[in-house]
Design a protein around this ligand. Structure first.
Ligand SMILES: Cc1cc2nc3c(=O)[nH]c(=O)nc-3n(C[C@H](O)[C@H](O)[C@H](O)COP(=O)(O)OP(=O)(O)OC[C@H]3O[C@@H](n4cnc5c(N)ncnc54)[C@H](O)[C@@H]3O)c2cc1C
Length: 401
């Protein structure tokens, strides 16, 4: 019997295991893939912007120095609208912070988390272990297949972290709401001739937002939202054509786009589970909420969810909590529902406001950015939401386990 079983060993599942493990608590992760293989794969262009709240969680886990060594700080954010005069700038010093956030390649972050998980005796990571079934009685019984053999695992609490398409969510009979934004993101790492260290750019265009995130040196991670057909088109262009198209959309704030890495196109949908729990099974990460990457919030939000769960479970051995676990899960859902909905509205608002081609909205968004720059409390609210700092704190978000 394990205290906690986590289905899915992605970034969120690994973080949940690290946060919730405790000397008196045994945690298992079931992961369908082979993470060792992912560790040694070639360049994976996808990067992730870590909000200040996530930095605190990684600090509490004692792995921040390893993560920071591979991350680039964002000290300034420049937000503009293509072809319009409105601009707003966010500066870390205005909030007495060293950085507004950090950018790291997802694979590098995954490696740090995997190393930390492997260092913990009370976390058992099962790879090539594909979830198949889930039953709830006095405990949760999870059926999975490993090396073609059916196996079962019993746990007091199950965390469902198997991604946006979540087979475990389906097995629990939990539906989901899905919004297709009619957009795709093209991601690629590029090199520019005039990097502006520590500065990230968010540029709103009629097709959708384009983010350029610093990766250190001349390298930037480009996250470019386009209509799906356009996304396919630019992905199939050669390096010179792609660089020219990106240059045309982004402009020359970073000089010339000198080199472009591999391109990937990902369709964008926002999904939210119809319920966050069923009995002692709790949905986290993309299985609960998969948001538009424009706001850079899904992973950051998930870490705050995990921080809340950590606060509720404290360091109590779960064996003594058998009668209270269902109530604890219900309390968690009540506590997290509000922030999750606000972050969803924040992301939806950005997408709707900045991807709509109506001329009137075009003027409003230009005025909006100009206004934002002139009204400090409004700007602070947007900045603090982005940094995950508007929702109060708990031990983990203050950097303590
Ligand atoms: C282009 C892009 C940019 C982004 N940028 C940001 C950002 O800047 N900031 C931010 O906060 N978020 C960002 N995100 C979102 C972030 O990447 C995700 O929120 C995060 O990776 C989700 O992690 P997860 O572990 O919940 O899901 P996943 O990464 O999908 O992991 C799920 C895991 O479950 C496993 N699994 C699936 N099925 C089974 C099964 N049957 N049995 C066992 N295991 C199974 C999978 O193999 C996988 O390892 C971005 C997303 C995209 C697409």
């Amino acid at each position: 019997m394990r205290d906690i079983a986590i289905i899915g060993g992605g970034l969120v599942g690994l973080c949940a295991a690290l946060v919730l493990q405790h000397p008196g608590r045994r945690v298992s992760i079931l992961e369908a893939g082979n993470l060792e293989q992912a560790r040694s794969d070639g360049l994976n262009a996808r990067s992730i912007a870590l909000a200040a709240s996530s930095v605190q969680v990684l600090r509490a886990l004692g792995i921040w120095s390893q993560v920071k060594a591979q991350a680039a700080p964002i000290r300034h954010i420049h937000v503009s609208s293509r072809g319009r005069w409105g601009v707003t700038r966010l500066r870390a010093e205005d909030y007495r912070l060293d950085a507004l956030g950090y950018v790291i390649e997802s694979q590098a972050l995954g490696r740090c988390l995997l190393d930390a998980v492997e260092d913990q005796d009370n976390i058992k990571l099962e790879q090539n272990a594909e979830f198949e079934s889930i039953d709830q009685g006095a405990t949760v019984t999870i059926g999975y297949r490993k090396n073609k053999r059916k196996q079962t695992l019993q746990a007091r609490l199950a965390l469902i972290a198997d991604g946006a398409h979540s087979p475990a969510r389906t097995a629990l009979g939990i539906g989901y709401e899905s919004i297709d934004y009619g957009q795709a993101v093209v991601i690629s790492n590029v090199e520019v001739s005039k990097p502006k260290f520590d500065t990230a750019y968010e540029r709103f265009t009629p097709q959708g937002p384009l983010a350029m995130l610093p990766l250190g040196g001349k390298r930037y991670a480009c996250v470019w939202t386009l209509a799906p057909q356009q996304a396919n088109l630019v992905c199939n262009q050669d390096d010179a054509e792609f660089s020219a198209a990106l240059q045309d959309c982004f402009g020359f704030r970073l000089g010339l786009i000198e080199r472009a890495g591999e391109r990937f196109s990902i369709p964008i949908q926002r999904t939210r589970a119809a319920a966050l729990h069923s009995g002692r099974c709790l949905l986290i990460g993309n299985a609960a909420n998969a948001l538009h990457p424009v706001a850079g919030q899904s992973f950051n939000l998930s870490l705050r969810d995990i921080a809340c769960l950590h606060e509720l479970l404290c360091e109590q051995p779960l064996a003594g909590l058998d009668d209270e676990l269902s109530q604890l899960v219900t309390d968690y859902v009540k506590l997290r529902d509000n922030e999750q909905r606000r972050i969803i509205r924040y992301g939806d608002g950005l997408v709707t406001m900045f991807s709509n081609q109506l001329p009137l909205l075009d003027l409003v968004r230009a005025a909006g950015l100009g206004l934002l720059d002139l009204v400090p409390p409004l700007k602070s609210q947007v900045a603090l939401t982005g940094m995950g700092m508007t929702f109060g704190g708990n031990r983990l978000l203050r950097g303590h386990l």
